[in-house]
Design a protein around this ligand. Structure first.
Ligand code: 5GP
Ligand code: ZN
Length: 115
């Protein structure tokens, strides 16, 4: 398991910084975003330090699959019933701020959605 001592998400994995966790297993961790963009906004990360999608290759296919596959159950458990959105930002021009790969998953009621 790679870890970068200066990486905020590696510190969350190591338990050095608190996070509101919603899922943890040997490979991945999911927790609430500290500044949510939607009523429910979680981040799913690999426990090992991968900087971004730009570093991902075939060898990460299973890990990426796990990150995606866990999200429908988590959204159901968090009460999201009307759809959700996945976003991955990559690199500076891709709006990535935290340089440890993470999958945003956002759901919950939108005020402009009627019915
Ligand atoms: P990015 O722009 O890199 O795709 O998104 C980084 C996300 O990480 C942002 O939505 C931000 O609110 C979230 N974030 C940054 N620092 C922390 C933290 O210490 N704890 C948690 N839970 N989320 C964080
Ligand atoms: Zn990291």
């Amino acid at each position: 398991m790679n870890a970068d001592p200066n990486c905020i998400f590696c510190k969350i994995v190591a338990g050095q910084i608190p996070a509101k966790k919603v899922h943890e297993d040997d490979h991945i961790l999911a927790f609430h975003d500290i500044q949510p963009w939607s009523p429910v906004h979680i981040l799913v990360i690999p426990k090992t330090h991968i900087v971004s999608m730009a570093e991902v290759g075939d060898e990460h296919a299973e890990l990426l699959g796990r990150m995606m596959a866990v999200t429908p159950r988590l959204m159901r458990e968090l009460g999201v019933t009307n759809g959700f959105r996945h976003v991955i930002n990559t690199g500076r021009d891709g709006m990535q701020e935290v340089m440890h790969l993470h999958l945003h998953v956002m759901g919950g009621p939108r005020p402009w959605n009627k019915g």
